[in-house]
Design a protein around this ligand. Structure first.
Ligand SMILES: Cc1cc2nc3c(=O)[nH]c(=O)nc-3n(C[C@H](O)[C@H](O)[C@H](O)COP(=O)(O)O)c2cc1C
Length: 161
């Protein structure tokens, strides 16, 4: 089974989770990179990023380095932005028809996880969503906790295959 981990990460949390997943399962990684990502730091990032999220913007991405269609199982990860999945994922969904895959979803957030995963599932209605997980502030957890949490999650998923 060919496995791909697709994620967007603005500040490194989803990247961290994606890399931990790849330690537990033999998978390739695809990072979604907007051509003009939000540059702001501190409170301003919420204003500029939030505007992008509220305006339902679809930021242009650098060309994908993998052919998503050639994988059987896809992990898909997003930071929560304004209670939803991040705009980079909106572009990804609108430009890539994901169907007939097995999918596991994860989000990273600060506690107001909103409908990020629920809304991703709507986009993925032609797929089998096997599992979903919300991670709270991954970069603030101890390395041991994160490693254990991710490893347990991935092992449980993979036991079924
Ligand atoms: C524009 C913006 C909006 C955000 N909105 C939310 C939110 O609605 N709920 C929440 O829990 N965290 C929110 N956050 C925090 C991020 O989801 C959280 O820090 C996440 O772990 C970041 O993942 P990343 O480091 O992979 O980008 C927001 C962050 C940004 C930049």
């Amino acid at each position: 089974m060919k496995i791909l981990i697709v994620y967007y990460s603005f500040e490194g949390n989803c990247k961290y989770v994606a890399e931990e997943i790849s330690k537990s399962v033999n998978a390739e990684i695809l990072e979604l990179k907007p051509k003009a990502d939000v540059k702001a730091k501190g409170i301003l990032k919420y204003i500029f990023g939030g505007k992008q999220a509220f305006a339902n913007e679809h930021p242009e991405l650098f060309p994908l380095e993998k052919n998503v269609d050639s994988y059987d199982f896809i992990f898909l990860g997003t930071p929560v932005w304004k209670l939803n999945y991040a705009p980079a994922l909106k572009t990804f969904f609108s430009e890539n028809k994901i169907k007939e895959k097995k999918v596991a979803l994860f989000s990273c957030g600060k506690g107001g996880m909103g409908k990020a995963l629920e809304n991703m599932k709507k986009e993925l209605y032609e797929n089998e969503v096997i599992s979903e997980m919300e991670f709270l502030n991954p970069l603030k957890q101890t390395k041991y906790n994160m490693e254990t949490m991710v490893e347990t999650w991935v092992d449980n998923i993979m036991e079924a295959f």
